[in-house]
Design a protein around this ligand. Structure first.
Ligand SMILES: [Zn+2]
Length: 590
C-alpha cells in the first residue's frame, strides 16, 4: 500500500475512533497525540511504541494507537508519517551562548582578497546610526593574490562611526578601523604593551608574526603596524591584538539575548532541546533569565558558571538556582590546555616535543582550595582535563574533597556527580577513581574523529590507547554523558552519534574505525545524548526519556538511528522539534 493510502486509512480510522469514543465522558482530554511512527522511550527496557500522548508540556502515556484512543480524547494530533520520535537531544558540553554570539559575526573564511573581505561587510552598512562593534573572523592574507596585510583606509571611509575589528584566521592578528582605535584609546593604552611599534609594515612574515620584533620578553611580544608616515595601519599583532580586544565593551544583556535566540533557533533545528553550557558569566546568565521570564527561552540550559574569583565569590554565597528552563548549580574550571597546541598536561613528555609536558591553566593547589567550598555549597565541580597528568591530579583532589564531605554530612560521595570535562587521556591506573567516588567523565566523541589524524604524533603509540577511550570510561560507572564542545565542533548531535558508533570521518577513514574497541553501541550513544546527559545535570527525572510526567521534549527524524547506515544518518532530516510540547522547529517566526 502507498504511504498516502496508508495515511488516508489511518486518518479515517482516527476520525471514526474519535467519534465513536469521543462520547465517553470519563475519557481524559489531553493536548496531543503523536502517532503513525516509532517512538523510542529510552526506558530501561529500551522500548519502542507506536504512539505518544502529551499534555501541558509533559508525557502522559505511550503505547499502541488503539489503546491511547480508548483511554484519551485528543485536542490535536501529529502524524509522524512512519518517522521516528526520540527524546529531545541534549548536548552535555557545549558553548551555546558563545555560539550564538559567533552567529552575529561576519564569517570571513575563504576570502580571496582584501576587497572581498570588505564586500562581505556591505550588508552591515545599512544603518549609519549603528555604533555597536562589527566583528568578523577568518581572513588569511596567505590566500590572497596580494599576500600583504591590509590597510584600514577602506574601513575608515565605509564605517566612520562604527568600530570594526576583523580577526585573522588564527586569532593572532586583527585589522581595525579608526573608530575602533579611538573607542579603545589604543594609542594611549598601547604604550603599556611590551612589543615595540614598528614602521616596517612589510617586515611581517607569511605567518603573520613580526619578524625580529618580538619585544623585550623575547617572543611573546606584539606589534602595531605603522604606515610610512608613522600612523597606525590598523593591523595589530599578538599582544597588540589582545590589547584592543580587552577594550571592546561587554555587548550587554540585550545583545546577549539576541545571540541566545539565534543559537536557540539553530540548535532546535538540529534536534537539541537542552544544552549544558560550559562556561557562562553573570551577564549571560541574566540574559537567559530575562528571556525565560519573557517566555522566550525554549532551550533547557544547564549552566556551568565560569570559575573566575569574582563569580565564585558571588555564586557560592547563593544556593543553586532552578527554574523550568534554566538550572545553575555547577562551575567550570580549566586544569590544562589542549592536545593540538601541546598545552594539555601530560605525565611524560610529548612524543613530538622533547622535554615538554604541557601546562597548567589552573594549578592543582587552586583547584584543591575551591573543591571543598563547592562541595559545601552544593555545587557540582566540572573541570576541563585533557592530559593524563591533569586527569590524575583532578581525580585525586576530587576524591579527597568528596570523601571528606561525604563523611562530614553522612552522604554518598557519588551523589555530588562531579565531572571531568573531556577526560581525554586517562592513565589506566587512575580509572578506578571514577568508579570509587562516582566521578563522571563527560566526553565529546567528535573530538576523537577530529584529532585522530595527529593524536598519535602527540602521544606516541604507547599512550594513544589511553586516549578517547569512551567505552572503557562508560564501563566505569555504567553511564556516560556525550557532548560536542560546539562551536569547536559542529552543533549537530547526529555527528556525536556517528563518531561514537562508527569512529570514522565522513569518507569512512580509517577503515574499521579509530581505536575501534572504544566504539559505543547505538543504544549507548543514544542514551549518552539523552538520558545520561540529563543525569550529568541532575535532570534525569525530567528530561532524556519519554516516561509519564517527564518533559515532552521531542525530536522527530526521518531515520532510524538503531538501524540506519553511516551515510543515511549523516543526511537524516529533523522533521520537527518540540520543547515541553510546544513546536520549536520548524520555526514559526514568533
Ligand atoms: Zn568546552
Amino acid at each position: 500500500m502507498s504511504g498516502r493510502g496508508m495515511r488516508r486509512i489511518l486518518r479515517a480510522f482516527l476520525l471514526v475512533a474519535a467519534l465513536y469514543l469521543g462520547g465517553c465522558r470519563d475519557k481524559m482530554e489531553v493536548d496531543c497525540l503523536y502517532f503513525n511512527g516509532t517512538v523510542y522511550l529510552l526506558d530501561s527496557a529500551f522500548s519502542r511504541t507506536q504512539a505518544l500522548a502529551v499534555t501541558e508540556g509533559r508525557v502522559v502515556d505511550a503505547g499502541d494507537l488503539r489503546t491511547l484512543l480508548i483511554r484519551y480524547h485528543f485536542k490535536d494530533s501529529v502524524d509522524l508519517k512512519g518517522g521516528y520520535l526520540y527524546p529531545g537531544f541534549i548536548d552535555a558540553h557545549c558553548h551555546f551562548v558563545g555560539y550564538g554570539k559567533s552567529l552575529g559575526e561576519v564569517d570571513l573564511r575563504g576570502t580571496r582578497s582584501w576587497e572581498e573581505v570588505v564586500k562581505r561587510l556591505m550588508p552591515y552598512l545599512s544603518n549609519p546610526n549603528d555604533t555597536s562593534w562589527l566583528i568578523g573572523r577568518g581572513w588569511d592574507q596567505n590566500d590572497w593574490a596580494l599576500q600583504e596585510f591590509p590597510d584600514r583606509a577602506l574601513l575608515d571611509s565605509l564605517f566612520p562611526r562604527r568600530p570594526v575589528l576583523l580577526s585573522r584566521v588564527d586569532g593572532h592578528a586583527v585589522v581595525v578601523n579608526e573608530s575602533a582605535l579611538r573607542a579603545t584609546q589604543f594609542e594611549d593604552n598601547s604604550k603599556h604593551f611590551t612589543g615595540r611599534a614598528s614602521t616596517r609594515g612589510a617586515g611581517v612574515d607569511r605567518d603573520g608574526r613580526g619578524v625580529g620584533d618580538s619585544g623585550s620578553d623575547g617572543g611573546a611580544g606584539g606589534e602595531a603596524v605603522r604606515r610610512r608616515d608613522g600612523s597606525l595601519s590598523g593591523v595589530l599583532i599578538d599582544k597588540a591584538a589582545d590589547l584592543i580586544q580587552t577594550g571592546i565593551p561587554n555587548p550587554g544583556i540585550s545583545a546577549w539575548k539576541k545571540a541566545i535566540l539565534a543559537a536557540q533557533r539553530a540548535c532546535h533545528a538540529v534536534g537539541l532541546t537542552s544544552v549544558q553550557d560550559a562556561g557562562l558569566d553573570e551577564q549571560q546568565l541574566e540574559a537567559l533569565r530575562a528571556l525565560e521570564e519573557g517566555g522566550k527561552l525554549s532551550m533547557g540550559v544547564y549552566a556551568m558558571v565560569s570559575a573566575t574569583p569574582d563569580q565564585l565569590m558571588r555564586y557560592l554565597s547563593r544556593p543553586p538556582y532552578r527554574s523550568q528552563q534554566l538550572h545553575i548549580r555547577s562551575f567550570k574550571f580549566l586544569a590544562d590546555g589542549a592536545l593540538g597546541s601541546r598545552g594539555a598536561r601530560l605525565l611524560e613528555p610529548y612524543n613530538d616535543r622533547e622535554g615538554h609536558v604541557g601546562l597548567w591553566v589552573t594549578s592543582p593547589d587552586t583547584l584543591a582550595y575551591y573543591a571543598p567550598l563547592l562541595a559545601r555549597a552544593g555545587y557540582q565541580m566540572n573541570t576541563h582535563c585533557i592530559g593524563d597528568a591533569a586527569n590524575r591530579a583532578v581525580l585525586q583532589l576530587y576524591r579527597r574533597s568528596l570523601l571528606a564531605h561525604a563523611q562530614s554530612t553522612g552522604t554518598k560521595p557519588a551523589s555530588a556527580r562531579w565531572r571531568i570535562e573531556h577526560a581525554q587521556v586517562v592513565h589506566p591506573d587512575d580509572r578506578a577513581i571514577f568508579r570509587a567516588v562516582g566521578i563522571v567523565p563527560s566526553v565529546q566523541p567528535t573530538h576523537a574523529t577530529s584529532d585522530m589524524y595527529w593524536a598519535s604524533e602527540r602521544l606516541g603509540p604507547q599512550r594513544l590507547p589511553h586516549a578517547y577511550a569512551y567505552r572503557d570510561l562508560l564501563l566505569l560507572n555504567g553511564w556516560l554523558p556525550l557532548g560536542t564542545d560546539f562551536p569547536v565542533e559542529e552543533i549537530s548531535p547526529l555527528k556525536t552519534f556517528l563518531s561514537a558508533v562508527f569512529r570514522t570521518d565522513s569518507s569512512g577513514f580509517p577503515k574499521g574505525g579509530f581505536l575501534p574497541k572504544q566504539a559505543l553501541t547505538r543504544r549507548q550513544a543514544l542514551r549518552g545524548m539523552t538520558d545520561w546527559a540529563a543525569r550529568a545535570a541532575f535532570e534525569e527525572d525530567e528530561r532524556g526519556r519519554l516516561l509519564p510526567g517527564m518533559n515532552a521534549d521531542l525530536v522527530w527524524l526521518d531515520t532510524d538511528l538503531m538501524s540506519a547506515g553511516y551515510s543515511e544518518i549523516r543526511t537524516a532530516k529533523v522533521l520537527g522539534t518540540w520543547s515541553r510540547g510546544k513546536r520549536v522547529h520548524p520555526y514559526s517566526g514568533k
